[in-house]
Write a protein that binds this ligand. Sequence first.
Ligand code: HEC
Length: 158
Amino acid sequence: MKFKQILTSALLVSALAGTSAHADITLRHALLGTELDMSFAKKGGDTPAFKEFMKEGRNPYNTDKAAIEQGESLYMTGCSGCHGHEAEGKLGPGLADDYWTYPSIATDQGFFEVLFGGANGMMGPQYVNFNTDEMLKIMAWIRSIYTGNPKKAKWLKK
Ligand code: HEC
């Protein structure tokens, strides 16, 4: 290939990358490892915060007080019945400590994957009840009440 051709194709590739809706991270089902089908997502969740999350798998709401408050009330409607009002555990495990059945929960990406895609038994896919933006808010609230070892809080690490 001539230099000019290489340059043209390189420009073309970067132009395509810039315009495509393709995300930088790939979300997978926590148990099956298969790629999550985001076409199941409820409308309204494709917010700037969710787009940001899809770049590196980090939840921008973790430091957002208003989002954390909204996450708390969403949690009370959709999760507290099984996980307890303080996420202390009930039918489902406690969520505020650093013991996780799925160790990937220590990262925001892993946490989101369990929420969107579900896990075993009664932990069904949460896309039925919440859009992706709401899931990030719920996650941020759960992070905010974390009682575990700070060293295990991988979502805080750069
Ligand atoms: C119908 C009951 C039920 C509801 C509603 C529910 N969960 Fe669960 N959840 C469970 C059960 C049971 C498990 C254990 C499943 C497993 O081990 O695979 C679980 C597992 C989890 C886990 C994995 C915990 C770990 O230790 O790895 C997370 C995180 C979680 N749920 C978060 C949520 C959030 C957030 C919501 C609300 C959006 C929610 N769940 C709604 C029952 C529920």
